[in-house]
Design a protein around this ligand. Structure first.
Ligand code: ZN
Length: 148
């Protein structure tokens, strides 16, 4: 458990300081804006989806370390994946941070497993899931999502 905690800190710091896939995305055909009023995190998620696959994913906006790191990890996690897998990752991450695992079929979360560390900070769960909700809203054609 302490290993996970250490890794969690390390990955969160790394991804919040140097977010991957940060900035606008030219040619994005799916975009949504997410807002977490509890913390003030606000992100737009941009996706290029072709033939049922997420070809590219980027995000922009601002938020706390956890929301930024989670958004960064999210874009890395879904890039190149079929939409069904992006949805499965959403379910898996949501279960992981809330402690209510999605019913099987589960999905291999890989590096995203470290987000389990968020469970120690219940008030930050909405920070960690914001980008994921936003990504899902974009895929479902919703332009805005709030974690309230
Ligand atoms: Zn936050």
């Amino acid at each position: 458990m302490s290993d996970l905690r250490e890794l969690y800190q390390e990955v969160i710091v790394d991804h919040s300081k140097r977010p991957r896939n940060f900035g606008p995305l030219e040619g994005a055909n799916y975009t949504a804006e997410g807002y977490n009023p509890l913390c003030g995190d606000r992100f737009s998620v941009h996706l290029i989806v072709r033939a049922g696959r997420v070809e590219d994913a980027r995000f922009e906006g601002s938020g706390c370390a956890i929301s930024t790191a989670s958004a960064s990890l999210m874009t890395e996690g879904i890039k190149g994946k079929p939409i069904e897998d992006a949805e499965k990752l959403f379910g898996g991450v949501h279960g992981l941070v809330t402690g209510e695992p999605a019913e099987p079929p589960q999905v291999d979360l890989g590096k995203l497993k470290i987000l389990r560390g968020v469970r120690d900070f219940p008030t930050r769960v909405k920070c960690a899931t914001l980008a994921w909700h936003t990504m899902r809203a974009a895929l479902h054609g919703e332009e805005q999502v709030s974690t309230e």
